[in-house]
Design a binder for this molecule. Structure first.
Ligand SMILES: [Zn+2]
Length: 123
């Protein structure tokens, strides 16, 4: 997904700020955060993600395309399906744990795992 760049402002990009911004852009959407958290439980096909999260396939595909622009998510082919998994699960975990501490009044609340209640039943 394209990131808006300030024309002529090379100083901003000198330290990789554009790439950092692209990473945070990927994290700047509740649905993408939900998908990332869901992938913690293991790799998924797009169809599985749509079923487990109750989202339209076009929605899931668009968000995965955005996440694939970073190293947050990796994809491999299996037959005609693409299988998605987390690229760097430990780093993501660490990043999100720190991020939660920056949300006013929410330091101890963490509901990510609830999103996957269906799958723990044996999917
Ligand atoms: Zn699932």
């Amino acid at each position: 997904m394209a990131i808006i760049e300030s024309k002529g402002d090379k100083a901003i990009d000198r330290n990789g700020k554009t790439r950092q911004a692209a990473l945070f852009h990927a994290l700047a959407d509740p649905t993408r955060l939900l998908i990332l958290e869901h992938l913690k439980t293991g790799e998924h096909k797009v169809r599985e993600l749509t079923e487990h999260l109750g989202l339209a396939q076009s929605t899931v595909s668009a968000h995965l395309a955005c996440l694939r622009d970073t190293d947050l998510v990796t994809v491999r082919a299996q037959g005609r399906s693409s299988i998605y998994s987390l690229g760097q699960p430990e780093s993501l975990d660490e990043l999100l744990s720190v991020a939660v501490q920056l949300i006013p009044g929410q330091a101890s609340e963490h509901h990510w795992q609830e999103a996957h209640a269906q799958r723990t039943a044996g999917v």
